[in-house]
Design a protein around this ligand. Structure first.
Ligand code: SDX
Length: 431
């Protein structure tokens, strides 16, 4: 980080503390408070980290005001249009776009690691058939540390690299197996002659009795959805992965923690919740009723797929997703999909409403993704597993960046304690 020579002076009680400031290459300056407790005897307080930078990073930058998302400096709309997921994986992991030879080597390595250790199939059999696929993914990814011992030592750069390829390569296989298990169909093995997105679609929709011909337009849409979900700065699940990895936990355990966090409806679970909400609204004439509920302070209902901690403008991923939704649904002949009609009208009415405009609430990445996935034939329970599959490279890139930092310290936040002060035990007969 660039030292600005600027300082911030904090004055309280009889103290005045001068703190250094750092300037980023993009975004706001930061006040470095690492010395604050030692010199001032106070903590800062920021429960949702709304004003707190927990790390420095060179991977992804979001300009929430402009609605811009950059991966290693490249805008997401250009990557979504001109690149493809595995090339974006390379960019996130290594910082530069690959040459043709580098990309071929990278894609070959991923392709050759897509199979899962055969004995891991037993883990799936331990779940009930009606288990949520996210529960299965948390369990199976965490269990990878019990099968791939030769890539759990994070102090060994080679083992870190092997774990990286195993996770990126095997997540589609695990997600597809979780889906097949919950619908009672046999697992379909990956094939090395298919690209990453086509392989995933085939593992989900082929059956032993009849193969599945992957439509290249659907494969392109699937790949684009992966790209749009690849990384997103220090969101809740990425922060979870960073905190887990700060203790030295192995990569599989850290990614399993990220999957668990992503599952929440306020985060990656919003795509499932959004499609369910669009189904509950049902028709455009019921939209005003739901907008009123979303604005009602006494009603916990929120418009799923709307709002964002960082974006106070359109989520650029939502824009690309909206275009993709039109293309895919036209291709599938479901352009008059009722939920797409409701989504478009809901967006229009919400954005025209002062409540949403004043609070700068816009559609986010989860608002349209579910409509595409639903049209492609996925059940809502598979929406967040697909998000987790795609975000694995972001979690790993951030994990690698953090553990290769020699100044890494274990993450250990403090608190504002509001509980009882010291008091003596009272025997039960005296209570
Ligand atoms: C993702 O962080 C990331 O980068 C996440 C993500 C990624 O790629 O990793 O982008 C993926 O998680 C996208 C977000 C998906 N979640 C949803 O769509 C769920 C619905 N959205 C909200 O729950 C909410 O907008 C959050 C959780 C996304 C953001 O919440 P914040 O930043 O903590 O904002 P807030 O809850 O303090 O809301 C600010 C105000 C509140 O009103 P006031 O108390 O100020 O009066 O806006 C209101 C909220 O009530 N508000 C909403 C709303 N979202 C916020 N009101 C109605 N509907 C909504 N969706």
């Amino acid at each position: 980080m660039k030292d600005t020579q600027k300082t911030a002076t904090l004055t309280f009680d009889d103290k005045s503390i001068e703190l250094p400031m750092h300037s980023p290459t993009a975004g706001p300056d930061v006040i470095d408070i690492r010395r604050l407790y030692a010199e001032g005897g106070v903590f800062t307080y920021d429960p949702g980290f709304t004003s707190t930078a927990a790390c420095d990073s060179t991977i992804t930058f979001i300009d929430g005001g402009k609605g811009e998302l950059l991966h290693r400096g490249y805008p997401i709309d250009q990557l979504a249009e001109k690149s493809h997921y595995l090339e974006v994986c390379y960019l996130l992991l290594y910082g530069e776009l690959p040459s043709a030879a580098e990309l071929e080597e990278f894609e070959t390595l991923v392709t050759r690691h897509t199979m899962l250790h055969e004995q891991m199939i037993n883990f799936f059999r331990g779940f009930r058939r009606d288990a949520h696929p996210m529960a299965i993914m948390v369990g199976v990814v965490g269990a990878m540390s019990a099968f791939y011992h030769d890539s759990t030592d994070i102090s060994d750069p080679h083992q870190r690299e092997v774990a990286t390829f195993r996770l990126i390569a095997k997540m589609p296989t695990i997600a597809a197996m979780a889906y097949k298990y919950t619908i009672g169909q046999p697992f379909i093995y990956p094939r090395n002659d298919l690209d990453y997105a086509s392989n995933f679609l085939r593992m989900c929709f082929a059956v032993p009795a009849e193969d599945y011909e992957v439509d290249p337009i659907l494969a392109r849409a699937m790949d684009r959805i992966f790209t749009l979900h690849a990384d997103h700065e220090q969101n809740a699940s990425t922060s979870t992965v960073r905190l887990a990895s700060s203790s030295g936990a192995n990569p599989f355990a850290c990614i399993a923690a990220g999957i668990a966090c992503l599952w929440g409806p306020a985060h990656g679970g919003a795509n499932q919740a959004c499609l369910e909400m669009l189904g509950e609204i049902g028709s455009v004439d019921r939209i005003p009723e739901f907008i009123a509920r979303a604005k009602d302070k006494d009603d916990p209902f929120r418009l799923m797929g709307f709002g964002h901690r960082v974006y106070k403008n359109f989520d650029p991923r939502a824009k690309v997703m909206k275009q993709s939704a039109d293309e895919v649904l036209d291709l599938l002949g479901v352009e008059n999909n009722p939920r797409l009609q409701v989504a478009k009208e809901l967006e229009k009415q919400a954005l025209a409403d002062p409540y949403f405009a004043d609070k700068k609430l816009f559609p986010n990445v989860d608002f349209y993704s579910g409509i595409i996935l639903d049209a492609m034939g996925f059940p809502t329970s598979m929406f967040t597993p697909i998000f987790a599959l795609a975000r694995t490279v972001g979690w790993i890139s951030q994990w690698k960046e953090q553990i290769s930092d020699p100044a890494l310290k274990i993450g250990r936040p403090r608190q504002l304690y509001m509980g009882e002060t010291m008091r003596d035990y009272v025997n039960i007969e005296n209570r």
